[in-house]
Design a protein. Sequence first.
Length: 385
Amino acid sequence: MSLTFHWFLPTNGDSRHVVGGGHGTPATVSGSDRPPTVAYLSQIARAAEALGFVGALTPTGAWCEDAWLTTAMVAQHTERLKFLVAFRPGFVSPALAAQMASTFQRQSGGRLLLNVVTGGESHEQRAYGDFLDKDARYRRTGEFLQIVRELWEGKSVDLHGEYLRVTDARLARVPDPIPEVYFGGSSPIAGQIAARHVDVYLTWGEPPAQVAEKIAWIRKLAAREGRTIRFGIRLHVITRDTPEQAWSEANRLLDGFDPETVASVQAGLARSESQGQQRMLALHRGGSRDALEIHPNLWAGIGLVRGGAGTALVGSHDEVTDRIKEYAALGIEEFVLSGYPHLEEAYWFGEGVLPRLQEQGLWQHPFGKQDAPSMQVPFAGAGSR
């Protein structure tokens, strides 16, 4: 078995400090340290590609740049890296989304993956003109994915659903290959949608026992639908040559959290309708700085100022390797990772952890060493825009 690793494009800005935001909260001021220009994001993407990451996730929401447009531009500066584009079904018609995906596949050489985000915050959805409640949004997502998948298969689609209606919808050119669909959600209806429609179910970085429960839950639901699903996990990473160096970096990030910012972000996240976000908040008890190591080498500090994925693997390269193996033993096959700043942390992980996994037969470079893109990625740093 070869595990799959993806990196992250910080389209909300990057920094040597944690850039907060997400789930209805704005990006913190540190996001202006390295603005998310195409030039800088392309540096990160080229580094990830050379190191052996298969793809890169781009987020969606009012706090960041548009994922479709940004990845379309960054794709021109890479050769093989795939783009896990996050998008919200309520903001675009299913036929148009299917067409956009088909175009992206042809123009990029088949390098599109889709991360379907139903949208957990009603107040943010309403800003975009979407006034459905959370459960209704998930039911609409199911109809959306049904239409999109049938269009990708070359079918002519007529559907008069509860929320979506199309007549004689079809694509002039279907995507080749068909993009894989990634999806996450902790509510009962989210599990139902995942079981019926998605290829990869993503969970945020909860302790292994909780991740195991989620995997068992989705597997059972998928089996009822006659389907099998792969599993992935979303985590930050701080990996260094020694444990002391890694925890020193984690503490440096923690020292940079302004108490007023933490209080403001936590107040915003406490209003979140997302069950996944509430599970993240419970890991650090709603903003406490105490006992943030919630499982060996699993640190909940990021979630003090950032919505969504709020945990990081922290430790030596060997320790982080062991934690990845622990999650893999549960059934996690794909890891969507990030770290601050994203350019430097990609190298720490790519040069420190991936070779150890390769030595143990758990990973291989997706392009092969002789075919890998150039490792010569110039570093612009905070002074370049």
